[in-house]
Write a protein that binds this ligand. Structure first.
Ligand code: ADP
Length: 225
């Protein structure tokens, strides 16, 4: 299955993407994570991406499309993938359509996570990531760690992403409205989009997403949140 997960920052894309990909046994491909790996490794691409990410702007298309082309060329994506954070503008959507057309394919489904903007700012301000495993995400109010600053799951150090500061979040929301929302229209015209409320507990949103993909609730039993 080839799935695209779209939604504003703070909608919980990363959290849901990890769980959905594991349910569906397909790789989770996140442009944000790929960039953060480059930044941590100190590559040239990472340095370039960081200036844009830090400012709350999109990383230029030639870098982003290149990163995705390289990732989707790896053999683990042959049986499908879940794209999280790509495409984020129309040029990227067209580039992806072109890449998939090369395999005589197209996305099977586009999930559009919806959340009011005032909730986004509150969610993101309290979000903390684990340095040891970026899929371990906690929140100072909704899922506080037992020991402040320490990941409950692995003992890693919790930190705030530098683009999660309020002013940057507001900039990212504006970029989402102007650049990414048209991507939803692009796939809507192809009848591929299901809009899902991102409101509520992680597990509830996951059930909605699995239902939308025709993979029912029984299938989601036993998933840890
Ligand atoms: P979020 O969805 O919360 O913004 P991500 O981890 O998906 O977080 O992305 C972090 C940042 O990485 C974005 O704000 C943007 O600067 C950059 N980025 C991620 N995906 C793309 C993309 N497809 N095109 C351009 N920039 C991107």
């Amino acid at each position: 299955m080839r799935i695209l997960l779209i939604g504003p920052p703070g909608a919980g894309k990363g959290t849901q993407a990890v769980r959905l990909a594991s349910h569906l046994s397909i790789p989770h491909v996140s442009t944000g994570d790929l960039f953060r790996e480059h930044i941590a490794a100190g590559t040239e691409l990472g340095r370039h991406a960081h200036t844009h990410i830090h400012a709350g702007l999109l990383v230029p298309d030639e870098l982003t499309i290149g990163v995705i082309e390289e990732r989707l060329a790896r053999p683990d994506t042959e049986r499908g993938f879940l794209l999280d954070g790509f495409p984020r503008n129309l040029a990227q959507a067209q580039a992806l359509d072109g890449m998939l057309a090369g395999f005589k394919s197209r996305p099977d489904a586009v999930l559009d996570l919806e959340i009011p903007e005032d909730q986004v700012v509150r969610r993101i301000a309290g979000r903390r990531l684990c340095r040891q495993d970026r899929t371990h995400i906690s929140h100072v109010d909704h899922s506080p760690p037992e020991v402040a600053g320490v990941c409950d799951l692995c003992g890693g150090e919790l930190y705030q992403r530098d683009d999660d500061r309020e002013a940057t979040v507001r900039k990212r929301l504006k970029v989402y409205r102007t650049r990414t929302a048209p991507v939803v229209d692009h796939y809507q015209a192809q009848g591929l989009v299901t809009t899902i409320s991102a409101h509520g507990q992680v597990q509830e949103v996951l059930h909605r997403a699995l239902d939308a993909l025709g993979r029912g609730r029984a299938d989601a039993a036993g998933t840890s949140t």
